[in-house]
Ligand binder design. Structure first.
Ligand code: FMN
Length: 136
């Protein structure tokens, strides 16, 4: 099974999750500015909420994915208040014709003094375990 990891981050939280996931599945964590050129049966995609929605860069990245190259998207993130960007990402994935895995990883992420230190070591371990499970 081929795998790719991409993330969008503003304050580093999603990058840390992406690096834990990438290490667990023997891939490289890359920002979404790097296009998915090689076939990826699974694309782990890290993203978060900013002012109640996903960043336009994430939206454009998902829309631009090639359905012949990406088998399915596995969503992960660390929004601080809201739980999951799943539906927002899925709306774009649907446009690109790429299925979303129903499973996703979410933990709280530090934002303006709340959820201090998160994702923490436990979160990173849980993200890695989640990724390994997806690859089974
Ligand atoms: C400008 C900005 C706006 C945010 N807006 C929201 C929001 O509307 N809802 C929410 O749950 N979290 C919000 N957050 C919190 C982030 O989603 C959370 O801190 C996340 O872990 C950030 O990931 P990053 O460090 O990879 O950018 C916001 C963070 C920033 C920096």
């Amino acid at each position: 099974m081929t795998v790719a990891v991409r993330y969008y981050t503003k304050t580093g939280n999603t990058r840390r999750l992406a690096e834990a996931i990438a290490k667990a599945v023997n891939a490289e964590a890359l920002p979404i500015s790097v296009p998915v050129d090689e076939r990826a049966d699974i694309l782990f995609l890290g993203n978060s909420y900013y002012a109640f929605t996903i960043d336009p860069e994430v939206r454009d990245f998902v829309r631009s994915l090639d359905k012949d190259k990406v088998g399915r998207i596995v969503n992960f993130g660390s929004a601080a208040m809201l739980n999951s960007t799943y539906r927002k990402v899925k709306a774009e994935a649907d446009k690109a014709g790429i299925p979303m895995d129903e499973r996703e990883f979410h933990c709280k992420g530090e934002f303006k003094g709340i959820h201090k230190g998160r994702p923490n070591e436990e979160d990173l371990k849980a993200a890695a375990a989640f990724a390994r499970k997806i690859m089974e």
